[in-house]
Ligand binder design. Structure first.
Ligand code: ASP
Length: 439
């Protein structure tokens, strides 16, 4: 075992121990009842989330720019870009269809007694309004609808002022300006080389900093996850919501352990199960932070060091994937929306279920790689179905119904983030064949 893989194995072990200790401590704190001190989350924020987040924009910009410029050849770039986007969209479509099929098959929202349903919906509107900022973001998403969702994606792809957007933390703006600059530098030949070398050496430096941060991560993870678990009350979950959770988590597991490894194999990425095992420290990080963006520095590091992915493919596919490729979120959006319509007793037709699948993919692409982002973009899916069922004279589903699943969302968020990040790694591995590193 090389020194670097020994280091990675040790980091994984520390993360795992920290995660288990945090779940046990969090659960114990929860069982003591009373107010959970804000100390845990604040300590975790400063030791885990912020150190990772502060590197996201520099890592995205530098890695995509260097990745694109180092590939150089337009034909290879075209295959890499197109192949990556097609594989991303296809895997999200599969995930959303799987989610829809499972929730329709098990139907945990069908046949719920009117009393239970009314109690759930009343509690839902209280939970929905408990976070005023989130509720406002959802109302905004509802008023702009599906058209607004497309425009939002488009405005991030073609930013007016990419520097301003990057300062505000938009990874999409960082990706697209890095692609343009990388193409420009590659096309400039010798005259573009000094800037490229500067970026490459900056990227080396940033990756070194990431290496240091990875060592303090287990401590931060312990604090952060303890705070999260202590705040989750799982004992009072209503039965239909438990059914929803089982379908969502089961679907995510099916996609992660069966579909994606097969996907990896079928498209030439080799043994997907082995890759899954080799990248385990990425998944521990994604599970703990519920954020594809915050996990990004670890994903890049691990894909190159442990996943056998080329730097070129990783530097392009992983940042793009953290922003646009969310298999877990696509599956979850479809499951939640169909579950809520089942709960209020609306029978959707096959065409309407297809709308759910397609808009779930759109909502997943539009979701940022941060905690709870999928919860907000789900409004797009509900609005699309509401507009369709209006034609049949059926009452629209109020968006406050999302409150039904808000109480358990953190756990599902942790799990879907793992699947989101895993999907990016699979495509980076597949694309390694298209863009291998120079030997
Ligand atoms: N938390 C997810 C992620 O960062 C996004 C979501 O809320 O679905 O990948």
């Amino acid at each position: 075992m090389s020194t670097s893989s020994k280091g990675a194995a040790r980091q994984t072990a520390f993360l795992l121990v920290a995660l288990i200790a945090a779940i046990a401590t969090g659960q114990w704190l929860h069982s003591q009842g009373g107010e959970i001190s804000g100390f845990w989350k604040i300590a975790g924020d400063y030791l885990l989330v912020r150190p990772l987040q502060m590197l996201v924009i520099p890592v995205v910009f530098l890695s995509v720019c260097c990745g694109i410029a180092s590939v150089g050849k337009p034909a290879t770039l075209g295959r890499l870009g197109l192949g990556t986007v097609v594989l991303y969209v296809l895997s999200m479509l599969i995930a959303a269809s799987l989610g829809a099929a499972l929730i329709e098959w098990f139907s945990p929202g069908v046949g719920v007694s009117p009393e239970t349903r009314d109690a759930l919906l009343q509690q839902a509107s209280r939970d929905f309004t408990s976070d005023a900022t989130r509720a406002q973001r959802m109302q905004e998403a509802q008023s702009t609808g599906v058209g607004g969702a497309w425009l939002n994606i488009l405005s991030q792809i073609v930013p007016r002022n990419p520097i301003k957007d990057m300062v505000e933390g938009s990874t999409m703006a960082a990706i697209f300006s890095a692609i343009m600059l990388g193409l420009g530098l590659a096309a400039s030949g010798d005259r573009g080389r000094p800037a490229l070398e500067l970026f490459q050496s900056l990227l080396e430096g940033v990756m070194k900093v990431i290496g240091w941060i990875l060592w303090i991560m287990p401590i931060g993870l312990f604090f952060f996850v303890t705070g999260v678990i202590a705040g989750i009350g799982l004992e009072n979950i209503a039965k239909p919501v438990l059914g929803y959770m089982a379908v969502a988590l089961g679907g995510l597991a099916l996609h992660a352990f069966i579909i994606l490894p097969i996907y990896c194999q079928v498209f030439g990425g080799g043994n997907g199960w082995k890759l899954l095992w080799n990248l385990r420290r990425v998944f521990l990080t994604a599970f703990s932070t519920s954020s594809s963006n915050a996990t990004l520095p670890v994903t890049i590091d691990a894909c190159i060091r442990e996943g056998g992915c080329s730097r070129r493919a990783t530097n392009f596919c992983v940042p793009l994937g953290a922003t646009m490729n969310m298999d877990g979120t696509a599956l979850y959006e479809a499951v939640v929306v169909l579950f809520l319509f089942q709960l209020v007793g609306v029978d959707l037709t096959f065409a309407e279920i297809s709308i759910v699948v397609l808009t779930s993919v759109l909502a997943a692409i539009g979701a940022a790689g941060i905690p709870s982002a999928g919860l907000v973009t789900m409004v797009i899916v509900i609005s699309a179905v509401n507009a369709t069922i209006a034609g049949r004279g059926i009452e629209p589903l109020p968006i406050a119904a999302i409150g039904v699943i808000i109480g358990v969302d953190r756990i599902v968020d942790m799990s879907r983030t793992v699947v989101n990040v895993w999907g990016d790694c699979v495509v980076a591995k597949i694309m390694t064949r298209v863009a291998p590193d120079p030997s």
